[in-house]
Design a protein around this ligand. Structure first.
Ligand code: ASN
Ligand code: ZN
Length: 322
């Protein structure tokens, strides 16, 4: 096709320019934005060496492994939300290639961002299923990369819980975007479809009703609070980063549902502005983050606007002062 061909030629020309520039010893220039992701999926073959064997590159047709194809699709969906909603070219804003490894270790019951790439376990089939099943889990891990390249929130205590919450927010937004859901239509769950059938629960977390995602003999009860009244002081889990994230998660849910419509458009824009705006310190606490969201809402939408008022109300409801 014409446009695809022109783009391929542009790519080739850019590579040539780059090669020439390198030859001439001039400073390296970043690639011009292509508006397209550059994805690579690797297969660890149930071992732990990273990244493993390359099994799908950008533009390759789907193969026979559904896990690989889901990872590829989830990376694409996350790239697409960042670009179309916020004009951001990948995690670093400069077209960073997206790399993921699947089938990590045996029966591995987690997924993570290792600072450079995403890693997904298959789960043991008893408690957790394949971690590529929920698109919001894929986007959650990628959002850790986005945070790393922007606000770089530290991973302990309140800044750590904000780091976790930001990943849940953009994880949920990617799911809502792919399903074209409004705030009222969304389930506001993180990891729906990840728990094995025998587990008594619906997901890993609920942003709408933190603490309600599961209550199970093996997993125990979902420990998340939805308000500062129930803030959990603990040294475990890096000071409760996956626990107290319920509080900012619920604030975001309250804001998005109060505003209505597509959550990535206004609520998500405010959170994105705070994350990328440079005004947030790496050790920001809940109150400092909340203050930044108020300022961002005022800057983007105006003083006394519904957006500004709804942000204030959401934080007040979860007991965080602004
Ligand atoms: N899946 C977890 C997360 O992304 C891994 C971790 O504990 N960092 O939060
Ligand atoms: Zn996380």
């Amino acid at each position: 096709s014409g446009p695809a061909r022109r783009t391929l030629e542009a790519d080739a020309a850019r590579r040539t320019r780059r090669a020439l520039t390198t030859t001439l010893g001039a400073p390296a220039t970043p690639d011009a934005p292509t508006g397209r992701p550059e994805r690579t999926i690797h297969d660890c073959g149930n071992r732990t060496a990273l990244p493993g064997r390359k099994v799908r590159s950008e533009g390759d047709e789907p193969g026979t492994d559904a896990t690989v194809n889901r990872a590829y699709g989830g990376l694409g969906a996350t790239f697409e939300l960042l670009l179309s909603a916020y004009g951001r070219d990948s995690l670093d804003g400069a077209g960073l290639p997206l790399v993921a490894s699947v089938h990590y270790d045996q029966d591995y019951g987690n997924a993570f961002w290792d600072g450079e790439q995403m890693v997904f376990g298959d789960g043991d089939g008893e408690i957790f299923l394949d971690f590529t099943l929920p698109v919001d889990v894929i986007a959650h891990e990628l959002a850790h990369g986005l945070t790393q390249y922007t606000a770089n929130l530290s991973y302990y205590g309140q800044p750590g819980a904000l780091n976790e919450s930001v990943s849940d927010v953009f994880g949920s937004l990617v799911k809502q975007y792919t399903l074209d859901q409004t705030a009222a239509e969304a389930d506001w769950l993180i990891g729906a479809g990840l728990l094995a059938p025998r587990v008594s629960g619906v997901a890993l977390r609920s942003m709408k009703e933190p603490g309600s995602a599961y209550d199970d003999d093996v997993l125990g009860k979902d420990p998340q609070p939805g308000s500062m009244d129930d803030y959990v002081r603990t040294g475990r889990d890096n000071g409760g980063v996956h626990i107290n994230s319920g509080i900012p998660n619920r604030a975001f849910h309250l804001l998005a549902t109060q505003l209505g419509g597509k959550s990535w458009e206004r609520a998500g824009q405010i959170w994105f502005d705070v994350l990328t705006g440079g005004g947030l310190e790496v050790d920001a606490n809940f109150t400092e983050f909340a203050g930044q969201t108020v300022a961002a809402a005022r800057t983007r939408f105006g003083d006394g606007t519904p957006e500004h008022e709804a942000v204030l109300k959401a934080w007040t409801e979860v007991g965080v002062s602004t």
